[in-house]
Design a binder for this molecule. Structure first.
Ligand SMILES: Nc1ncnc2c1ncn2[C@@H]1O[C@H](COP(=O)(O)OP(=O)(O)O)[C@@H](O)[C@H]1O
Ligand SMILES: O=P(O)(O)OC[C@H](O)CO
Length: 497
């Protein structure tokens, strides 16, 4: 038997999954990660804890699978993106906690870049809007704030990396300092056309080019894990940011294929092939996972509060004890009874971009119950995703391509059948759930497997992708539009100061 090991380093936990060559899960291990909030709007992780939990789960997954390192053909790495680590090349010690993608401390630095008129250049080169979300200003902040950091950087003593680079560095005991194109494309420092770090942007942020990792395709030979860690060296052959990895794991390899991941938030990506396409609808352009040096792209949008609205009902409203109970509660009423819940707890992202919006519940009557609110909460996940996916579809049409024909789904909340059916009803296109919904880890395993020869080509992976359930729209288009109109009306109320 052939096995692949995927390391999936997420925001809330580190996980490792052993897959067999058919893409089936053999064993899995997971460890939670401490979230550090030094100030309002700041979010940090301890890089050493990231490494130790990741290594711990890899060892545990192998033990649970009753396998040895020698049974594993290759490692694939996938990770929370944008999160920034700077470490000392000699000691391997981080010089600061990792600044997490959710952290907004660098908004002033972003405002400066906007004032300098860099927005059009950044959009053209990187596909991104200027935002504190991306790594560039986080790296600048560490260099500005940690005493002696910039001087050390100038002497070539410091290394920067997103979480993939940090894990590769650790796994190879400092032998390899590298990242892949999909992670690099989240830094706001990377030219996605030439697949190289952009000198002008590095200069604008006063970042030493020597700190940057080497950039490789997502499917490539990165080096091998040191024998001490898993008992024997294992080649690292696949690396991708988690959302691009999920797109790959869903076998969305060509123009117009899209996936939506329903986790704490929702992340929607549509592959645009080799075409760099700037969204007309507030979405961003990003590098897709690549197995050749030729650039491939995707358009991306995210919903800040997706499955998290279910957690809020559970922990904040005490509506039920376990998240899985939400479906039963929501199903106990035929519809939301006119209730609309806009979970703009931290503002609204694409395509609305309303950072000041706050949560709202509209349409309440004397007859409204927690069941109606639970139903409205689930529906809000689908409403927000629909707004994103429709924006994407409009972008596709504007670029002369076909509108979205179907969407593949994954993530913890996609197990909810009611939510998936409602999603298909609103979109008017099929929503398709595959047999393996751990597509993020699967994507990394597939990238590794392709590189080391377990798979011959992407077609073989596309053939492995299997439908578990297809949700077809059952609502007529006029009714769906009326529901979307009511949602948009509630969004306007949530945006009103
Ligand atoms: N049956 C369910 N219906 C709707 N949402 C659910 C259900 N079960 C779990 N969730 C939500 O799914 C999310 C967890 O999904 P997961 O993919 O593990 O997230 P992440 O990777 O962001 O941590 C949580 O926000 C949880 O509230
Ligand atoms: O930690 P995750 O898996 O929810 O992913 C975070 C994203 O990569 C942030 O861009």
């Amino acid at each position: 038997m052939t096995y692949l090991l995927a390391l999936d380093q997420g925001t809330s936990s580190s996980r490792s999954i052993v897959f067999d060559a058919s893409g089936k899960i053999v064993a899995m291990a997971q460890k939670e990660l401490a979230q550090i909030y030094p100030e309002p709007g700041w979010v940090e992780h301890d890089p050493l804890e990231i490494w130790q939990t990741q290594l711990g789960t890899a060892q545990e997954a192998l033990a649970r699978a009753h396998l040895k390192a020698g049974d594993i053909r290759a490692i694939g790495i996938t990770n929370q993106r944008e999160t920034t680590v700077v470490w000392n090349r000699k000691t391997g010690q981080p010089i600061h906690n990792a600044i997490v993608w959710q952290d907004h401390r660098t908004e002033p630095a972003c405002a400066e870049l906007r004032d300098k008129g860099l927005e059009p250049a950044i959009l053209q080169k990187t596909g991104l809007r200027i935002d504190a979300y991306f790594s560039g200003t986080k790296l600048k902040w560490i260099l500005d704030q940690v005493p002696t950091a910039r001087a050390l950087a100038r002497k070539g003593k410091l290394a920067f990396g997103t979480i993939d680079s940090w894990l590769i560095w650790q796994l190879t005991r400092g032998q390899v300092h590298a990242t892949d194109v999909s992670n690099a494309s989240r830094t706001m420092l990377f030219n996605v056309h030439s697949n190289q770090w952009d000198e002008e942007l590095l200069q604008a942020l006063d970042i030493e080019p020597g700190m940057m990792p080497r950039v490789l395709p997502s499917g490539a030979e990165y080096g091998a894990s040191h024998a001490d860690f898993l008992g024997q060296a294992i080649p690292i052959c696949g690396v991708a940011g988690d959302q691009q990895s999920a797109l790959f794991g869903q076998a969305c390899f060509s123009e117009g294929m899209a996936k939506n991941t329903y986790g704490t938030g929702c992340f929607t990506l549509m592959h645009t092939g080799h075409k760099f396409q700037v969204s007309q609808n507030g979405l961003i352009t990003t590098s897709a996972a690549q197995i050749t040096p030729q650039p491939e792209f995707a358009i991306e949008g995210s919903v800040f509060v997706g499955g998290a609205v279910v957690q809020w009902l559970r922990d904040g409203m005490h509506a039920f004890e376990r998240s899985s109970e939400v479906e039963q509660l929501a199903r106990s009423v035929p519809d939301s009874g006119g209730v609309v819940l806009v979970p703009a707890f931290t503002g609204l992202g694409a395509p609305y971009w309303q950072p000041k919006a706050r949560g709202a519940i509209t349409g309440l009557t004397r007859g409204s119950t927690m069941a109606h609110i639970a139903r409205a909460a689930l529906e809000s996940i689908a409403f927000q995703s629909t707004a994103l996916l429709q924006a994407m579809s409009r972008d596709a049409v504007a670029a002369g391509a076909a509108p979205l024909a179907e969407v593949r789904v994954d993530g913890g909340a996609c197990v909810n059948n009611m939510l998936m059916q409602f999603q298909a009803d609103l979109l008017g296109i099929p929503v398709v759930r595959p047999t393996i919904i751990e597509t993020t880890a699967l994507g990394a395993a597939y990238l590794a497997g392709l590189t080391c020869g377990v798979y011959r080509n992407q077609q073989e992976l596309a053939d492995l992708w299997k439908v578990e359930r297809r949700f077809t729209p059952q609502l007529d288009a006029a009714h769906a539009q009326a529901l979307m109109d009511r949602w948009e009306h509630a969004v306007r109320q949530a945006c009103a100061e």
